[in-house]
Design a protein around this ligand. Structure first.
Ligand code: ADP
Ligand code: GN1
Ligand code: MG
Length: 369
């Protein structure tokens, strides 16, 4: 969806920004929302903001989603203040509309929100320094503990069954069968690869049902570009993209970070020979995650970390393929077969994870105490 400049500025002006808008440009590389970087000016002073048009096809209950974000950011804000941190930089801060609401709906039905822009910090699409990935692991690990006492029943499920892999498999099977775009014959190999792994998909949910695996308040979308790293201190500064905060599994928060950050190739790399699981990156993230979550995770959660990495990669590959078969209606795409390329990298990574299973287990043992 391309919004007109007029529509974007009208939305921005609905918010209680400081000063006059000076510039506005498309920003970031998220697959879901439409993000803009705003600069305002007042008395020679500049103020920066992130403006987002929230994807209401993906998120059906925007009111509930924004309530979640409000509650979680307030909760984190208190903890940051207690720890003498900077609450304007270490968590997202919503800017209200001029009417005091935390989102704005325009006349065409689009939903918008504004956050304080976190400056002098970067979201990376690829690990540049291994030490950064350690910091990211530590931050996401700590996030599990920070949210341990957050009242989970106050959160709405913004996307029901988000990491319910068996439910995603059912959807996938239906989409393959319908084949609305006539693309299924071209991707038989990928379909087969996913089907072969169906049995493994239900492990987490069945352990949860048996009371062995705890459901926690988790982030659910822990890829590298959903965390900001401070340009000066090079520490993980702020976890962003809180749209999917809801009950989930710690192993999936861990796993989604590995899926994206420990892949030696980009998520949409065409040359599959470049795709592999980097064991050094896997190790450094694991070290950080286990340090950050020390004392919070149960033994079973630690044992299942490699499974979390494999499942998030397989599920993501299946989701990209589902979207490709449905005609690219969910993830933003910027080229032909973009979702198919993404699916193929994920499945290639699953295959490599399977090869490195024992190494992964050994690394976990090394850091678990
Ligand atoms: P999506 O759901 O589409 O991934 P995100 O909320 O992750 O949307 O935002 C997309 C990108 O915008 C991020 O990867 C990051 O680069 C940038 N971004 C989002 N919020 C902020 C913020 N408060 N300050 C600075 N940059 C931000
Ligand atoms: C999406 O919003 P973004 O770009 O951070 C998606 C994740 C996928 C990821 C794949 C709400 O994340 O689940 O793992 O793309 N988010 C949603 O890169 O579906
Ligand atoms: Mg994002």
């Amino acid at each position: 969806m391309n919004h007109s400049k007029e529509q974007i500025l009208k939305a921005a002006n609905a918010f209680a920004l400081k000063g006059q808008i000076k510039s506005c440009r498309v920003y970031g590389s998220g697959h879901i929302n439409h993000t803009f970087f705003l600069i305002c000016e007042e008395n020679g002073q500049e103020y920066s903001y992130i403006l987002q048009q929230i994807n209401h096809i993906v998120f059906k209950d925007i009111e509930g989603l924004m309530q979640n974000i409000k509650k979680v950011t307030l909760f984190l804000r208190h903890q940051i203040i207690e720890n003498h941190g900077n609450p304007d930089r270490e968590t997202l801060n919503l800017i209200p509309t001029k009417n005091g609401k935390n989102y704005y709906q325009d006349s065409e039905g689009y939903y918008w929100r504004v956050y304080l822009f976190i400056s002098h910090a970067t979201c990376y699409n690829k690990v540049e320094k291994p030490e950064d990935f350690y910091q990211v692991g530590k931050a996401f690990g700590k996030f599990q503990c920070l949210l341990e006492n957050f009242p989970a029943d106050e959160l709405v499920e913004t996307i029901p069954n988000f990491h319910n892999t068996p439910a995603r498999f059912v959807t996938f099977q239906n989409v393959v069968e319908k084949d609305v775009m006539g693309r299924a014959s071209q991707v038989q190999k990928e379909i087969h690869f996913i089907r072969e792994r169906e049995k493994e998909m239900s492990l987490a949910l069945s352990l949860q049902k048996q009371g062995k695996l705890p459901l926690r308040v988790s982030h659910n979308d822990t890829k590298l570009n959903n965390i900001m790293i401070d340009d000066t201190t090079r520490q993980a500064l702020c976890i962003i993209d809180l749209d999917t905060i809801m009950p989930g599994f710690s192993i999936f928060d861990y796993g989604d970070s590995i899926r994206f950050g420990a892949n030696t190739a980009k998520e949409d790399e065409k040359d599959l020979s470049k795709v592999s699981l980097s064991l050094p990156l896997f190790e450094i993230y694991t070290k950080g995650f286990l340090e950050g979550s020390k004392g919070c995770l149960k033994e079973v959660e630690i044992e299942l970390l490699p499974y979390g990495a494999k499942m998030m990669t397989l599920e993501c590959g299946m989701r990209f393929l589902t979207d490709y078969l449905e005609g690219d209606i969910y993830f933003h795409v910027s080229k032909k077969e973009h979702n198919l390329d993404r699916c193929r990298t994920q499945l290639a990574l699953v295959a490599d994870i399977e090869k490195k299973w024992t190494d992964m287990k050994t690394i976990i043992q090394k850091y678990k105490n």
